[in-house]
Each structure stands twice: as structure tokens, then as C-alpha cells.
Design a protein around this ligand. Structure first.
Ligand code: WT7
Length: 567
């Protein structure tokens, strides 16, 4: 029997108090995610249970019990406090998937500060935009990433501390840098936990939109209530599970379900900090006897491409339950996983803003391959008419996915951007920015995004951010960025540019510009293809240029171009 039991019965008598009771929380109480994910688990008799098994890229393994996690997060917390970091200060985690990232996250929350995880492959400009917007006080990082921070340090006056977790003790520390070693620091047995309440801020995740720079999504400690229950009912996590969430905590899946959910449930999770290969992934599952695997469509498509034969070389019989998130999971992938793993990947749908799974397939419920499933009990989702923002009155019609605000892990605001937050709300609905349809049995079917944001391999890229970065290249006069279809990543970034006088298109220049973006922003944002134009189709709004270019890439009708400016 699965944790959720019957979906329909749960729907009938649902209340978030189910989760509050299981977590021993009463409205008005102190609620601190860092404490719930370590101290409380120990108090419940699981101090010596394994919390984290970590395998680094060189194959070195590190293991932590819940007591180790408790002590280590106390130790980092005390160190941060010693530096003068206080509640609500933003502390950025800018690291590969090393244990310090997972433990540091809990430490930041324990002292009431706000964790701001950023993907370690981000370049200096991506980093600058997010650290300056958040007014970040400290960054915890590795020495290999410190040079990127050094480059932008002058422009970040509020950034006081750069904490290096793997300093070799030899190279001199630079301006504002300080060394901290988890293995050498004296363990701190008791740390005074900051008394955060339900609405105290916990995590900032930056997410890309169509216009403007990325927005800081502000979450609060009360998010735990829905992260706990969705992990229990959708991911079906149980006491003896060995769980593997493949996401990087630089993105929300890696925090909500890669740190908070497994640790607050007191289960054992494994982390692999190495690049992707089908062989390495199957070996990892076999070695650690993974039972629950939460991954993403691009990875699943890459595994499909690697073929069925390779699967047979490994013993993957430990797998009990599989789930996926981040982009559309095509029905072929669901059918394939049923064939090769003996069970389907269950699609789950949510966003940085929602903080937890909001539409999903559930263990025990019929899976319709290609569908995202049904709303989580306690979440009201609808397909809205795009002109009236009223739910469509008949089934099968395409519309906007709207959610009724009010579940525990819904974002509380976009940091410093009330207008964008308001712009996402209409007629009492939160607008996800996605389009879908619902069948007569209430299953949701994803159609596409309702904006120009590019979803490449499950990672959102803002065309605006890439266009701005392109304009900072000395050869580029104008730029427009759209997605183009890709068999594995579904979409990749394509850039259209016109050049300044004195520059001629060439393969070398193309490669140079691509590399420029990779370094400044990230490998995800790097255009996979470029096209040079004498001048770009002129319009009053950049959005229309993108619409025309996008339609060409996808072989769609170009539509009305009457607002095109003649030149
Ligand atoms: C966007 C949110 C929260 C998980 C990581 C992504 C797309 C997410 C699905 C799915 C089709 C999906 C949507 C959504 N997306 N899950 N199951 N099927 N599309 O978080 O970076 O905030 O991206 O990812 O477009 O709005 P994110």
C-alpha cells in the first residue's frame, strides 16, 4: 500500500493540518526547517541513521548520520553567526554538489538567515545580477569558484564575506575571503536555533522570466508543511528508502526535494556529484540499491538514447518508485521506463514559485502516459480562459494553468519586485505562465509555456538575459534569442545577431560569441546555434521579433505582423 492510499479519498477530507500534526507543529509555534531536518530527526531516535551518502566526482565516498548532519550544521551555523551574520541576511551557496552545500543550507536556516542557492556553473554576470538584487551578505563557495566572485567584488559593496570551504591553507586569502573547513572545525554540540515562525523567510531562488532580469522567489519556513506531505504522498518516501534526487540544489527541485523533503522525513539519501553518463548512473543505482529515484525528462531521454542493452548489465531491481519533473515527460519515456525498469516514471509538475509539487501522478492511480496527472489534494488548479481568467466551462480546451493561492509553500513575493508578483495574479488565480488542457477525468495535459522563457533540459533561460549579455560583446549591435527544437533537451537556445560596422560573420566569431555567453552566464544559456543578420526584423516590442523568429524555428505560422515597423 502506498503512503497516499486512495487519491480520491484523500481529496474528500484533505486539510494541511494532516501535515502539521505529523510534524508536531501548531499554528503560532516556532518552525525552523534547519531544526526539523536534523535535530528533530535525532530526537525521534534516528541519530545514528544514515542521512547522506555522498559520492564525489573522483569516487570518494562520504557518509553522514543524522547526528553528523545535526552537528555539522550547528558548526557551520555558529561560524556564520561568529562572522556577524544575522537573521534575514542573505547567504548564498555557490558550490558543486558537495556535502557542505547540503549541510550549509540547513545551517543558514538554523540561524534564521536566508539561503540563496546558485548553480555553480553560473558565470560572473549571472552571479552578479543575482547577488546584487538580493543584497547578499555572504557567499559560501569552493576555491575553484572564487575567481568568478573576485571579478564582480567591486560592484558588490554589501557582500562582506566569501567563505571558502576547501582552502588549502597555503595560497593567501584575498579581499573579504575567509577559510572554513568542516573537517577541521571543532563540532558545535548545541546551537541556539533562531526562532523562525511560519512566515519567516527561508530560501530565495532566482528564476528567469521573459522580461527583465531574473526574479528572486521568496519562500518561508512554513513551506515545510507542503514539502513534507508531497514528498510522502507523491514520492512515496518511506522509512527504509534509499532515495536519489538527481537535481542540483542550485534549482528548486534540489532544495525542496533534494534537501528539505528527504531530511525532514528522516530517510537516507544518496548524492552523486559527477557528470552524466548512463553507465555512471546505473552503476550508482546498483551500488547503493536506490529504491526511489526522482529525475528529469532530459536525463531520461538521454538514458533512452543510450539504449536498452546497457540497462541489462546492471542489477537495478532495488528500484521501487520513479518520478520526473522539469519539462514535459513524453509518453514514449513513460512507456520505455515501464519496459526497462518495470515501472513508469510518474510525471510531476510544479515551479520555483510553487515550492512543492502541485499537479502530479500518484502511486496507485492510473497513469495516462503524457499527462501530468491531477492536482495535489489541497491544491485547486484550473484551466483558465486567457481573456476572462475564468475556468473553461468545458473539457479539452487549451487555456492557462491557474492555481488558487494559499498552500503552504507558495512563494510569498518576488524580492524587490511587487509589480511582477501582482502581474502573475488575476481574478484570484496565480498564473503559472503555462498552457494546458484537462480531460474529462480531470487529468492535466501540458501544452507549452505562455511566454518566451526557454526551457532547455529542464532549466529555464530568459531570452532577455541572453540578449543583454550578447549586447555586451564588442561585435554585437542587435540581438534576439529564441528556442529551437532539440531531440534530447526539447529546446535549446538560438541567437540571432547583427554585427557592428567593421565586423564580418565568421565561424570563429560565432564560436567566440558562444564562449563569451557560456563564461558570462552559463553553459545552459550558451546559444547552440547562431545566425547573423544584416539587421533584425524591427518592431516596437522585442517580443514580436522573437515571435517571428520562434515561429520560423518551429515551422509554425508567423501570424499577424501588422505591428511590425517598416524600416
Ligand atoms: C517550469 C518551472 C519545479 C521543478 C523544476 C522547474 C516547466 C515543470 C513540468 C512538467 C511540463 C514542466 C513548466 C514550469 N515544467 N514541470 N512535469 N511538464 N513542464 O522549476 O525552473 O521554476 O520551471 O518548468 O513550464 O512552469 P522552474
Amino acid at each position: 500500500m502506498s503512503n497516499i492510499g486512495s487519491y480520491d479519498e484523500r481529496l474528500g477530507n484533505f486539510s494541511w493540518s494532516i501535515s502539521e500534526k505529523e510534524l508536531g507543529y501548531k499554528p503560532g509555534d516556532v518552525i525552523n526547517i534547519g531544526w526539523y531536518c536534523s535535530d528533530r530527526v535525532c530526537q525521534m531516535g534516528k541519530a545514528s541513521k544514515l542521512a547522506l551518502i555522498h559520492e564525489g566526482f573522483s569516487g570518494v565516498e562520504r557518509r553522514y548520520t543524522y547526528n553528523d548532519i545535526r552537528l555539522a550544521s550547528n558548526t557551520i551555523g555558529a561560524f556564520l553567526r561568529g562572522l556577524g551574520i544575522r537573521n534575514e541576511d542573505r547567504v548564498c551557496l555557490f558550490m558543486d554538489k558537495i556535502p557542505e552545500l547540503y549541510i550549509g543550507f540547513l545551517a543558514i536556516l538554523k540561524i534564521g538567515a536566508i539561503a540563496q542557492p546558485l548553480f555553480s556553473a553560473f558565470g560572473d554576470e549571472s552571479l552578479y545580477v543575482r547577488l546584487s538584487d538580493a543584497g547578499t551578505t555572504a557567499v559560501i563557495t569552493q576555491k575553484k569558484h572564487a575567481p568568478k566572485i573576485k571579478k564582480i567584488l567591486e560592484r558588490l559593496p554589501h557582500l562582506k564575506h566569501i567563505i571558502i570551504v576547501d582552502h588549502d591553507g597555503k595560497t593567501p586569502l584575498r579581499e573579504r575571503e575567509v577559510a572554513f573547513s568542516l573537517t577541521e572545525a571543532k563540532p558545535v554540540e548545541t546551537l541556539e536555533i533562531f526562532e523562525t515562525k511560519a512566515e519567516s523567510p527561508s530560501v530565495f531562488h532566482y528564476t528567469s522570466g521573459t522580461t527583465g532580469q531574473p526574479k528572486g522567489v521568496r519562500h518561508v519556513h512554513y513551506s515545510l508543511i507542503s514539502q513534507y506531505l508531497t514528498a510522502k504522498w507523491v514520492l512515496d518516501l518511506r522509512e527504509d528508502d534509499i532515495y536519489w534526487c538527481t537535481a542540483d540544489p542550485g534549482w528548486v527541485t534540489g532544495t525542496s526535494y533534494g534537501i528539505i523533503a528527504p531530511f525532514c522525513l528522516g530517510i537516507t539519501q544518496c548524492v552523486l556529484d559527477a557528470g552524466f553518463s548512463a553507465e555512471a548512473w546505473y552503476r550508482f543505482i546498483e551500488k547503493y540499491k536506490i529504491t526511489m529515484w526522482y529525475s528529469a525528462p532530459t536525463a531520461i531521454r538521454s538514458l533512452m538514447k543510450a539504449g536498452d542493452e546497457i540497462v541489462k548489465r546492471f542489477d537495478l531491481s532495488s528500484l521501487r518508485h520513479l518520478a520526473s519533473v522539469g519539462e514535459p515527460l513524453n509518453s514514449e519515456a513513460v512507456v520505455w521506463s515501464q519496459r526497462v525498469f518495470g515501472r513508469p516514471f510518474l510525471d510531476t509538475y510544479w515551479q520555483t514559485e510553487t515550492g512543492c509539487i502541485v499537479i502530479s501522478n500518484y502511486p496507485g492511480m492510473e497513469v495516462r502516459p503524457g499527462s501530468m496527472g491531477k492536482p495535489f489534494p489541497g491544491i485547486t488548479a484550473a484551466i483558465l480562459n486567457p481573456s476572462t481568467y475564468e475556468p473553461h466551462s468545458s473539457y479539452g480546451k487549451i487555456g492557462l494553468i491557474g492555481l488558487r493561492p494559499g498552500w503552504p509553500s507558495m512563494m510569498r513575493s518576488y524580492w524587490n519586485n511587487e509589480a511582477a508578483f501582482q502581474g502573475k495574479h488575476r481574478n484570484g488565480w496565480y498564473l503559472t505562465g503555462d498552457r494546458a488542457r484537462m480531460d474529462k477525468d480531470g487529468y492535466f495535459w501540458f501544452v507549452g509555456r505562455d511566454d518566451d522563457v526557454i526551457n532547455t533540459g529542464g532549466h529555464l533561460v530568459s531570452p532577455f538575459e541572453v540578449e543583454s549579455a550578447l549586447l555586451s560583446h564588442p561585435a554585437v549591435a542587435e540581438s534576439a534569442v529564441v528556442s529551437k527544437p532539440d531531440p534530447i533537451n526539447l529546446e535549446v537556445v538560438k541567437a540571432f545577431v547583427s554585427l557592428k560596422p567593421g565586423f564580418e560573420p565568421s565561424k570563429d566569431l560565432e564560436l567566440e560569441i558562444m564562449n563569451f555567453i557560456r563564461k558570462k552566464l552559463s553553459p545552459l544559456a550558451m546559444p547552440q546555434e547562431m545566425a547573423f543578420f544584416k539587421s533584425l526584423p524591427k518592431t516596437r516590442s522585442g517580443k514580436l521579433v522573437r515571435r517571428i523568429l520562434h515561429a520560423k524555428e518551429w515551422g509554425e505560422e508567423i501570424g499577424d505582423t501588422s505591428t511590425l515597423e517598416d524600416d
